[in-house]
Design a protein around this ligand. Structure first.
Ligand SMILES: [Zn+2]
Ligand SMILES: [Zn+2]
Length: 157
């Protein structure tokens, strides 16, 4: 599922459940774990937690989309678009959105280490989950130059 598909999905839900178009940007946020989605009042954009999609699937995410679209449409129509507003609550119920999303496992899913930074002047090594540019950093131990090595995934997953 790409952002573009999410965009089309939200546009479709907007028409079918709200009878109004979604005319702004939608995207997945891969680091958003505190909540299932977010609506930005300044840009009118919607962000959906990638983890929610990955863990709970399309049905649950569609309910989150409906929730965010309630904020979106009510805000644009200058109606009560906040959680405490009666209009928000009744629209949410009407379209079948969720008030709360399922919580993600508290211990963040462990991501394996994929890289190792090794110092070229001393035996220090640093494990890294993401690729990075070793030239931007120096060894914390001796300030020596670092080299990035890709780890065999089996080793640390
Ligand atoms: Zn909300
Ligand atoms: Zn070093």
């Amino acid at each position: 599922m790409e952002d573009e598909q999410l965009q089309q999905w939200i546009e479709r839900v907007s028409i079918t459940s709200f009878g109004r178009p979604f005319l702004h940007q939608a995207r997945f946020n891969r680091r958003l774990t505190s909540t299932g989605g977010r609506y930005f009042t300044k840009s009118h954009d919607i962000e959906i937690s990638w983890q929610q999609y990955e863990q709970f699937g399309a049905d649950d995410v569609e309910k989150i989309i409906k929730h965010e679209l309630c904020h979106y449409h009510l805000h644009i129509l200058k109606r009560g678009y906040q959680h405490r507003d009666a209009e928000f609550k009744s629209l949410l119920q009407q379209v079948g959105g969720t008030r709360f999303c399922k919580s993600l496992p508290t211990a963040k899913r462990r991501e394996p280490y994929r890289y190792k930074l090794v110092c070229t002047s001393c035996p220090t090594e640093y494990l890294r989950k993401r690729k990075m540019d070793p030239r931007k950093y120096a060894c914390g131990n001796c300030r020596g130059k670092l080299k990035l090595l890709k780890l065999d995934l089996q080793e640390h997953s």
